[in-house]
Design a protein around this ligand. Structure first.
Ligand code: S3P
Length: 430
């Protein structure tokens, strides 16, 4: 039975300060690299969302001693050689990041693994990572010739590779780099446009021999990682929902503190500026190569924009909430070059367009994006997140603009990336 929530807000202006939970991408990587590094790794401000818990469970199943206490995680590892063959298949839940990065690691270990996920993850393409791993020598099979989960891997004896990623994907880049760590040579990954670089920053902090030159990353294999402490910045992809909420509701002013400001992730700030939103950003420190600071957004009169090209990987997870912003902006917003949205937790071109249309927006899907005519008054209705956390949060923020009730079917999936989302929304709307 799917969960259901009726959304109805009396006071629609948002005021106050919050710090959003830890970054999902960085939390996954901290657990993975801490499990590969000999010694004790302590993680603070870890995102205890369902996706990152899948990553913890995977490494526990390989014998790594991982203890979590709310948002603190302690890992004791014997290093790569201490990892064991899991006794059971590994459940990846809803998590694409766990799937693609973990496959890179498992491909380099001399064991057999079986991986499976939920209904959504079982539809998402895995050949983007299994293809380069097969080229490196891993034996991988699965549904549709290794394209879909469940997938089995017989790892070990990998060769280094020079690989150009055919799609703009940090998960693929990271999976190949991790496999490269488990070879005897030098692996080089290049990409057309720089995608999020948390793997590169954090592997350096763990002592990997890694070099970044523009869009080319080189890693030396067979060099041990050393445990270190990781402080996870707040997730700008979670913050984005409240930044847009403050921009589109009258009388609002929201400050998000301690949020990650890595340049490969801050496209949402550029889009808000481009669309004339009143936003102030203050960077105050850099931890483990990741800048952290505060963002303030005030109620604004947003303007439409054309959003395309190299900015897309820097906003890939924020497009659902940007689409909602565009429904309130003056003019026609065009989002292009974003076909990757079709391979997310849902086909996010279809799920965003059909959901916002059902709430009264003027929005059309295109092959690689969407066209939104702004300035529409949204109305109530019955909506479904389709199990996609970011669609669920987009609907919740939309309901701030709607006088009638909005029913949200499957609100619980929001816990994938933001377990306390409704508490934070409540906190800001009082
Ligand atoms: C992620 C990369 C992106 C992003 C996902 C997290 C990562 O996916 O959408 O939420 O942590 O590397 P792609 O690599 O498929 O673009």
């Amino acid at each position: 039975m799917l969960s259901k929530k009726v959304l109805s807000f009396k006071d629609r202006s948002l005021k106050g300060n919050i710090s959003v939970p830890g970054d999902k991408s960085i939390s996954h990587r901290a657990v993975m690299f801490g499990s590969l590094a000999k010694g004790e790794t302590r993680i603070t401000n870890f995102l205890a969302g369902e996706d990152c818990l899948s990553t913890i469970a995977a490494f526990q199943a390989m014998g790594v001693d991982i203890v979590r206490n709310n948002d603190s995680v302690q890992i004791q590892s014997q290093g790569i050689k201490g990892l064991k063959e899991p006794a059971e298949p590994i459940n990846l839940g809803n998590s694409g990041t766990t799937a693609r990065l973990l496959m890179g690691i498992l491909a380099g270990l001399p064991y057999h693994f079986t991986l499976y996920g939920d209904a959504s993850l079982s539809k998402r393409p895995m050949d983007r990572i299994t293809n380069p791993l097969k080229q490196m020598g891993a034996k991988i099979d699965g549904r549709e010739n290794g394209r879909l989960l469940p997938i089995s891997i017989r790892g070990g004896n990998l060769n280094p590779i020079h690989y150009h990623t055919p799609m703009k994907s940090a998960q693929v880049k990271s999976g190949v780099l991790l496999a490269g760590l488990l070879t005897d040579g030098t692996t080089v990954v290049t990409e057309d446009t720089k995608t999020r670089d948390h793997t590169e920053n954090m592997l350096k902090a763990f002592g990997a021999k890694l070099n970044v030159n523009g869009t080319e990353v080189t890693v030396e294999g067979n060099k041990p990682l050393t445990a270190c402490d990781i402080e996870v910045p707040g997730d700008i992809s979670s913050a984005a929902f409240f930044l847009v909420a403050a921009a589109v509701t009258a009388g609002s002013e929201v400050k998000i503190t301690n949020v990650g400001l890595n340049q490969t992730r801050t496209g949402i700030i550029d889009v808000l500026q481009l669309m004339d939103v009143d936003i102030t950003v203050k960077e105050d420190r850099i931890v483990g190569g990741e800048p952290i600071g505060d963002i303030v957004v005030k109620s604004s009169k947003p303007k439409a924009a054309v959003i395309e090209g190299d900015i897309i990987p820097r906003i890939i997870d924020e497009i659902p909430i940007i689409a909602l912003l565009a429904t309130q902006a003056e003019g026609k917003t065009v989002i292009k070059d974003a076909k990757e949205l079709r391979f997310k937790e849902t086909d996010r071109i279809e799920s965003v367009v059909s959901t916002l249309k059902a709430l009264g927006a003027e929005i059309e899907a295109t092959e690689d994006g969407m066209i939104i005519t702004g300035g529409t008054k949204l109305h109530g209705g019955v909506t479904n997140s389709y199990g996609d956390h970011r669609i669920g949060m987009m609907i919740a923020i939309a309901s701030l603009l709607i006088e009638e009730e909005v029913e949200l079917i499957d609100d619980k999936c929001i816990a994938v990336s933001y377990p306390g989302f409704f508490e934070d929304l409540d906190k800001l709307s009082h």
